[in-house]
Structure formats: C-alpha cells, structure tokens
Design a protein around this ligand. Structure first.
Ligand code: GDP
Length: 704
C-alpha cells in the first residue's frame, strides 16, 4: 500500500465567521514552509492572506471559493481545501465536504459554538467527516475553553477528548500542557516557530494528572484495547494513546480538542501534529459511487459500487470545482479510484464525451507545479479541461458517477442589464461562466420584458456575482430590485378535451387532445411528468414529443403571477388528427390554447413561496424581541434554548420576510445577534399574502 497515501490528509478548516480561520490557515502554511512571511488578514500591507486568492474575497474579508493548497508537515502531506464560511454558499461547502477526509473545526474561545458552526457541523455529519477541534483566541479577554467544551458537548453532541490544558489565560496565555506526552509546550521566537517542550509547571501537575485520567477514561470507553491496558494497571505509552485517539476519531466516537492562539502564534504546530496523528488518510475511508450500468426503477435508491484505491483499477475522479485563472480553465479534481495520467483521455459520464487531460498540476494558492500522475485519494488541478462541477471522469471499463451533491433551488432573483449596449456580450459570457461554476446560480431572459435576470441563494450570493461582473469582467451594469422566486401549483385535477379547428383560406389547422391534468404529490422529485395513454393510433406517434414539449413550455409561465408552474402530471388519453390539416404547429397551438383557456383556469392554482430554516443567536435579553419579530414574519419557532446568557432560536420562516433580515437583526440586538439560513423547500402562501404578492407581480420569470 502506498505510503504517500497513508501520509496524505485532505482536510478542510471550518469556522464561524471571525473565529480566526484565515489567520490560522496562514500560520499553518507558514510553519509548513509554504510561505515565508506572515501578514494579517486585513493587514495594512494590503496583501491579505494567501488562501483568499480572489480580490473580491480579500476586499470583503470573507472566503468564498474553495481553493486547494498542498503543504508538507513532518513527513505528511496536507491538502487544505478552503471551505467557505458563509452559508449563502452552502453548495460550495457541501462540495468541498465531499472531497475532504477530515476537518479542523475552529472555535473562538469567547464566542464558542455559534450558529455557523452548527450548520457546518450538521453538514459534516451528513458526509461523515471526522474532526479535531481547535479553540482559538486563547489570548482574548473572556477566553473560557471550559465553556466552549461544554457547548461542544451540549450543542454539537461531541464526545470530547480534551488533549490539552492552557498554561495561563487571556494576556497570560503562555502555552499548553500536552496531556498525551505529559509535557508543557511553549512557542518561542518572533513567530512562535521554535517549539520548546518542558516539564509541566509544578503548580499545574495535579490538574494535569486529573485531566489525563479523564482523557484515558473517555478513550477507554470508546476503545476496548486501551481499556484492557488501563485495567491491567499499566500506564499506556504515548503511541498507544495516539493510536487510540486516531481510531476513535475516525470512527466518530470522540472529537479531540486542542487550543491556542493563531494570532499570537501559539499552539498551531501541535494542531498540525494532531492533523497528522488523528485525521484519516484517504485509505481510511470507504467511498461509494453510483453504478450507472444498472437500471434503477423510478423512486428506488440507485445501485452503488465500492471504490478501491488500487492504482491498477479503472480511474474514477470527480471535478469538484471549475475556475478560470490566468492560465485558462482550471478544474480541481479528486481521484477516488485508480490513477490519473497526464495526456490520457477519460470519459465524462454525464456528457458521454471523452476528454484528454493535457496538463496536471498541484496547487498552492496561485502557484502551479506540473505533475505526471496522481493516485486515488489525491487532489489536483487539470488545466484546459472543459466540464461542469460535479462531473465524474472514468477510464474504459467503468461506468459510475460520484453521488450528486445536494443542490438547493434559487430563492431570489433580480434583473440585470449592461449599462452600455456594446457590453451585452461581455455580460452574457460572465453569466455563462458563473453558471458552469455554480449550480445554484441561474440566469435567463425574462420573456415579457426582454430583460436578463439572475437567480441564486440570497442577497450576498448574487451581490458577489454582480461585483465580479463589475470588477473582473469590467462591465458596468444596472440591477433591479431583488424578487422572491415564487412558484405556482395546481390544487385540483382537471379532465380536458380541446379541439383546434381553423379554416382561414389556405391550408387549415386541425388538432384534438383529450386527457387529464393531475396534481403530483408534494414530495415529488420532478416538477412535471407526461404520460402517453393514447391507444389505437388516434394520434401519430411523431406528434407526441411536440405535445409533451408544448405542455412543458406552457408551464414556464403561470397565470397567477407569471411564475413557473410545478407539480403537474399530464396524462394524454385520446385525440384525433386530420390527414392534411394536422401538423406540429397545429398541435402546439392546440396545447397552448387548451392550457390557457380550459385547463389552468380550472386547476385552482395556488402560490408557493420558498421557506428558510433560520437559526438566530442573540444575547438572551433580546430573545423576546427577536421571537416577536419572527412571529410577525409568519415564522414558526421550532426550538429555543438558552445557554450561558445566549439564546438560540431555530425557526422556519418564509424567505420573502427575510430579505432585509441582516439589518433587522442588527437593529433589534444592537449588532449582537447573528443568524444563518438554509433553504427548506416551498410552502403554499396564505391567501392574504398571495393577494398582496400578485398585486405587485407582473413579470415573467423564466430562468435557465
Ligand atoms: P475568519 O473570519 O474566521 O477567517 O477570521 P480571521 O482570521 O479573519 O480573523 C478575524 C479577526 O480575529 C482578525 O482581526 C484576526 O486578527 C483576529 N484573530 C485571529 N486569530 C486570533 C487570535 O488567536 N487571537 C486574537 N486575539 N485575535 C485573533
């Protein structure tokens, strides 16, 4: 088995905003010898941190795109996938979670477990990603690692394995006691680069002994081998303890906790050691792909195939991020099985097209190093490859796809227009590029106004793209007011029969259709279904694709507010055609008229609105005000918990009520509240709201 793979760690670093993720990442790169100077994140030198390679990210001080960087530490290679922190970019988070094997969860020693950590934690559980936690900012006033650990137990349900104790706190934080080796560890030099190991200070010995006892207890409960050693009365060796922590971390039985301060350069090297010791290598994880060679009945789970890391197996690799940099298209790929070779051609299982992989590179922020091959478990960049994110590439003899990443539907849209007519092409190119990179970004022409519209996951999501259009693509644009992405849905089945018969001088037009519109169940995975139950050759089969398409087209723009119609099954049961006067045109016309005049007016259409899962976190004195505000927003509070003077409210709230929530929560809580929201499906709107929305609607919302 390859030792490189055993020593490889594909990791992500996740954190609530402002916990110090960027600072920590940069310190890690520095100690691994990848960068030779450190600048603060929003430092005065204007360079920003190395991982945020996008100028807009630097300006906003948030990390949006998942860059990959590779560093060496103590004989190990870490490939750090930069997971975005802001929840408007959930798809990017989900995608990066699919490709990493382990993660570092950064928590602030004062802020503790905050709303974004909760959201990301839930995603990590779904993808089975083991973690180590790092309590950062131990130098800050109010630092309280014990409280953070309690929150991890209560709110994240972690079985905490505390590996360190702090030596001093706040201004007096000097270093840590390592409970595995039972040594004190200090970080000397201007950048804490010299690690000094000493005896534990005598005044901390008793505390350290007790904490080690607790650590061994937690570990023994999760690991029988260690339990036997402990029960035999022998003190376990350092290697035995490390092996036990590793095994239980990978099995999700414990979460190791370390601490330090990235900003003051203390504790980061210990964290790097912990990544090597305790987080899984690609070989420690089982990866399944969807077997495309087996047909699956509608609604059944797809057949799966276990992948192997054997380099002689057929290649399976997934493109998890496509970008364009100064060298042209650059695609980030994870190899899941076999070996990828420069110059070879592989099949894209989504498109059925073969692509040659001309150039393979390893990436460190903006630098590329050419490589000839990469094995299962590795991450790499492919230069000059044309594909979409999430595409799977395989070699001959293999027909699988990596699981599809959950993609949420857009909840917000707005119109966009180039200020100068001659920039229209530039705008169109930029929009197409974004759509290929991000499946939650949509665009299309509004059929009624002829204006271009973009749609996505929220204000910040769309703002970032608008800024990129202006800055990267140098295209000045006008943007319209944000609109909620409503939908329309029938509530009643409708039997229909419609005959088109026109005789206007020249050749006539004739078409006749009979059938039923049925309401699909609310949990249906498709928006539209078409069943052909015409017997006896009443309608020429050649017309059926046109009929199906015409029904589908008619659903793009509903009669209530010109929103798309969903939840429709059309069952065609009968019909008739005329030898001379029937044509595709006639059937198209017939379906359009039938829908407009007969079917939709009788289908009892209702308006659906996107609903968000909202998590608000505020100091408890604001609980009443925030809950009252949510009630006025038609929100349904699901849970409300108070811990240590902080209140967390979970609620389901219509997105339409949350368009300005960032400002509202700021003024309700004097800037002390934070929140996250994730799309949570569509619900019917109450009549009063529906009337109000429809009074203001008037556009067609057809989007790509
Ligand atoms: P991110 O939003 O999680 O990427 O956090 P940043 O790395 O941008 O840090 C947010 C702020 O916290 C910056 O002003 C940092 O200088 C500061 N910061 C980061 N780490 C520490 C730390 O260990 N101690 C203190 N006191 N401040 C820190």
């Amino acid at each position: 088995m390859s030792t490189r793979l055993q020593r490889l760690r594909n990791i992500g670093i996740s954190a609530h905003i402002d916990s110090g993720k960027t600072t920590l990442t940069e310190r890690m790169l520095y100690y691994c010898g990848r960068i030779h100077a450190m600048h603060d994140v929003r430092g005065a030198d204007g360079h920003g941190a190395t991982m945020d390679s996008d100028p807009i990210e630097r300006k906003r001080g948030i990390t949006i795109q998942s860059a990959v960087t590779s560093v060496d530490w103590n004989g190990h290679t870490f490939q750090v996938i930069d997971t975005p922190g802001h929840v408007d970019f959930t798809v990017e988070v989900e995608r990066s979670l699919r490709v990493l094997d382990g993660a570092v969860l950064v928590l602030c020693s004062v802020g503790g477990v905050q709303s974004q950590s909760l959201t990301v934690d839930r995603q990590m559980r779904r993808y089975g990603v083991p973690r180590v936690a790092f309590i950062n900012k131990m130098d800050r006033i109010g630092a309280n690692p014990n409280r953070v650990i309690d929150q991890m137990r209560e709110r994240l349900n972690c079985n905490v394995a505390l590996l360190q104790l702090p030596i001093g706190l706040e201004d007096h934080f000097e270093g840590i006691v390592d409970l595995v080796t039972m040594q004190a560890v200090y970080f000397d030099g201007e950048f804490g680069q010299r690690v000094r190991r000493e005896c534990i200070p005598t005044n901390m010995l008793a505390e350290a002994e007790a904490a080690r006892g607790e650590l061994l207890e937690v570990l023994s409960l999760a690991d029988e081998e260690l339990l036997e050693v402990v029960l035999a009365g022998k003190p376990p060796t350092v290697d035995q303890v490390r092996a036990s922590i590793r095994q239980s971390t990978i099995a999700h039985r414990v979460t190791p906790v370390l601490m330090g301060t990235a900003f003051k350069n203390k504790g980061v090297q210990e964290l790097l050691d912990a990544v090597a010791y305790y987080l899984p290598s690609p070989l420690d994880r089982q990866v399944w792909a969807i077997d495309l060679s087996k047909r699956v009945e509608a609604g059944a789970a797809p057949a799966k195939q276990l992948l192997t890391s054997d380099v002689n197996s057929p290649l399976v690799a997934m493109a998890f991020k496509t970008t364009v940099d100064r060298f042209g298209p650059l695609t980030f790929v994870r190899v899941y099985q076999g070996r990828i070779n420069r110059g070879e051609a592989y099949l894209n299982t989504r498109t059925g097209k073969r692509h040659r992989f001309p150039r393979l590179v390893r990436i460190h922020a903006n630098n590329h190093v050419d490589i000839d091959a990469a094995d299962a478990g590795d991450l790499l960049g492919v230069v000059g490859l044309d594909c979409a994110q999430g595409d799977t590439f395989v070699s001959a003899g293999c027909n699988v796809a990596m699981e599809n990443i959950l993609v949420a539907e857009p909840v917000m849209r707005l119109s966009i227009q180039a200020q100068r007519h001659e920039d229209s092409d530039k705008l169109a190119k930029a929009l197409e590029r974004f759509r290929r990179q991000d499946p939650t970004f949509h665009y299309g022409v509004n059929q009624e106004s002829g204006e271009m519209e973009i749609a996505g996951m929220g204000q910040l999501h769309l703002d970032v793209y608008i800024e990129r259009i202006r800055e990267e693509h140098e295209c000045a644009v006008y943007v319209g007011r944000p609109q909620v992405a409503y939908k329309e849905r029938p509530t009643r089945d409708v039997e229909f029969e419609y005959r088109l018969k026109k005789q206007t001088g020249g050749p006539g037009q004739f078409a006749h259709i009979v059938g039923r519109l049925e309401v699909l169940p609310e949990d249906s995975e498709v928006d539209f279904e078409f069943q052909d139950k015409v017997v006896g050759g009443q309608i020429d089969r050649a017309f059926l694709p046109t009929i199906r398409e015409s029904f589908q087209d008619a659903l793009s723009c509903g009669p209530l507010g010109q929103f798309p119609i969903v939840g429709v099954r059309i069952v065609l049961t009968d019909g008739e055609q005329h030898e001379k006067d029937s044509s595709e045109f006639a059937f198209r016309q017939c379906v359009q008229e039938a829908m407009r005049h007969v079917i939709l007016p009788r289908a009892g259409l209702e308006l659906l609105e996107p609903v968000m899962q909202l998590e608000v976190e505020v100091p408890s004195e604001y609980q009443g005000g925030v809950a009252g505000n949510l009630a006025r927003k038609r929100g349904v509070v699901k849970a409300s918990t108070v811990i240590d003077g902080n209140c967390r409210i979970e609620a389901e709230v219509p997105f339409a009520e949350l368009l300005d929530y960032a400002n509202e929560i700021r003024s309700l809580t004097q800037g002390k509240g934070t929140f996250t929201m994730t799309p949570n499906g569509y619900r019917a709107t109450p009549k009063r709201v529906q009337d109000d929305v429809l009074a203001h609607a008037g556009m067609n919302h057809q989007l790509a």
